[in-house]
Ligand binder design. Structure first.
Ligand code: PLP
Length: 444
């Protein structure tokens, strides 16, 4: 008998019913607490139950919750766009609001195509991406995503955009030594462009740090500079998908700042509203918008709820909270504490093969044999077992794909709210230690 008519991720599965949340903790209706070590799906960046956000929500709801973007603008949407321009810095100046990360990446692609059309290059319609990537679940976004498990049922309807190898140095796809490889994986973009023809390519899209598709893959220094140069030399726009990494998650406002690379278009979602309401965005540079501004003057895109004033007011309150509470800096600091603690655990548990990440976006890849990096024979069972034990022990962890085919590896993401304190980090490490201990016992 189902709990209710709501469709659950696993049909017939039982899920705790959450009653309320506060800070880094969620509480179910039986009173059990869960340390939200994943921020849901790497989303609740400022934690749960923040008063300032609730006040902004109520105030906006009292004024107006909905206006249609083709009829009106709103103060909330205008202020949010200005705040985004301020926080993203550089030339990134124009925001287009949507409701999910998937819509944001699809919008970015459409705007890239339109940019070239308005410049008299209508054939530039394709987008190149990496075969280990996730840009969203809708058909256009999934077409750009190198995520085998999420693609496999729909392959006949999807474009084959992912073609470039990821910088997965723990298991180099090209079997090279990361110290001497010369970043051949980045050069693959050039080969892809040659094959397809730059006349046919609108953009290259990449997550600065690969999230769910690879269990947090941080590229080596110089990698993104190289990719950006290749894009520039070939008249191809660079779209940075910061849906997971944006607004402080990695210890910088944008993860791209680590490498001083300015994208032509950036997409945001998740932490942009910290999960308080659905909102996401594609943010464009002046260069991208200019031909459209001087041409048709209208972007062919948008949804009924785009730039919804309630969501915009909430997002604005969240971004102000990030700034005022110095959460970007805190993410960098707490990220170092957590990584240090997790590395200690990796010495204790031989099934932890790799720990990687920046700020509070940390990936753990699990292996059967640390020395040879041999994956478990049943990687999905391993991930599910660890996450299941975690939930029982009151710690929420996020699953990720891993392995060279995105299927044969096992990984989790640890990404608590950026507000987590040192004491709460210690509690997180204690709960995860208990979880790993229990999992270790199952290995016999
Ligand atoms: N892009 C990245 C990098 C993501 O991690 C995600 C979601 O996990 C998306 C896009 C899609 O966002 P959404 O689930 O809000 O559609």
């Amino acid at each position: 008998m189902e709990q209710s008519s709501l469709i659950k991720p696993v049909l017939g599965g039982t899920y705790p019913t959450i009653s309320h949340g506060h800070g880094v903790f969620l509480y179910d209706k039986d009173g059990k607490d869960y340390l939200d070590a994943s921020s849901g799906a790497v989303t609740a960046n400022i934690g749960h139950g923040v008063q300032e956000v609730m006040e902004a929500m109520v105030q906006q709801a009292k004024q107006v919750s909905f206006v249609y973007r083709s009829q009106f603008t709103s103060e909330a949407a205008e202020e949010l766009a200005d705040k985004m321009a301020e926080l993203t810095k550089g030339d990134l100046a124009y925001s287009f609001f949507v409701n999910s990360g998937s819509e944001a990446t699809e919008t970015a692609l459409k705007i890239a195509i339109q940019h070239w059309q308005e410049k008299g290059k209508p054939k530039k319609q394709k987008v190149i991406s990496r075969w280990m990537s996730y840009h969203g679940i809708t058909m256009g976004a999934l077409s750009m995503s190198g995520h085998p498990i999420r693609r496999e049922r729909f392959t006949s309807m999807l474009e084959s955009y992912p073609s470039v190898s990821p910088p997965y140095c723990y298991r180099c796809p090209l079997q090279l030594d990361p110290h001497t490889c010369g970043m051949v994986c980045a050069s693959e973009l050039e080969a892809s462009i040659r094959r397809i023809g730059s006349d046919n390519i609108a953009a290259f899209i990449a997550e600065p740090v690969i999230g769910a598709a690879g269990g947090v893959i941080v590229p080596p220094d110089g990698y993104f500079q190289k990719l950006k140069k290749i894009c520039e030399e070939n008249d191809i726009l660079f779209i940075a998908d910061e849906v997971m990494t944006g607004f402080g998650r990695t210890g910088k406002m944008l993860a791209c700042e680590y490498w001083d690379v300015e994208p032509d278009i950036v997409t945001f979602g998740k932490g942009m509203s910290g999960g308080y309401t659905p909102i996401a965005a594609a943010v464009m540079t002046k260069k991208v918008m200019e031909p459209i501004r001087n041409g048709s003057r209208s972007i062919i895109g948008g949804h009924t709820l785009s730039a919804n004033p309630l969501s915009c007011a909430v997002s604005l309150a969240v971004l102000k909270y990030v700034e005022e509470n110095e959460l970007v800096e805190k993410s960098a600091d707490r990220g170092k504490d957590l990584s240090r603690g997790l590395k200690k655990l990796a010495r204790k548990y031989s099934f932890i093969g790799d720990i990687r990440g920046r700020g509070l976006l940390i990936g753990l890849e699990f292996v059967q044999d640390k020395a040879t990096k041999k994956p478990f024979a049943n990687p999905a069972d391993v991930t599910n077992a660890i996450i299941g034990l975690g939930t029982k022990n009151g710690i929420l962890l996020y699953p990720a794909a891993a392995g060279l085919d995105g299927v044969t590896g096992s990984a989790i993401i640890i990404s608590p709210p950026l507000t987590i304190t040192e004491e709460e980090c210690a509690e997180l490490l204690m709960r995860i230690d208990i979880t790993f201990q229990q999992f270790n016992e199952t290995l016999g």
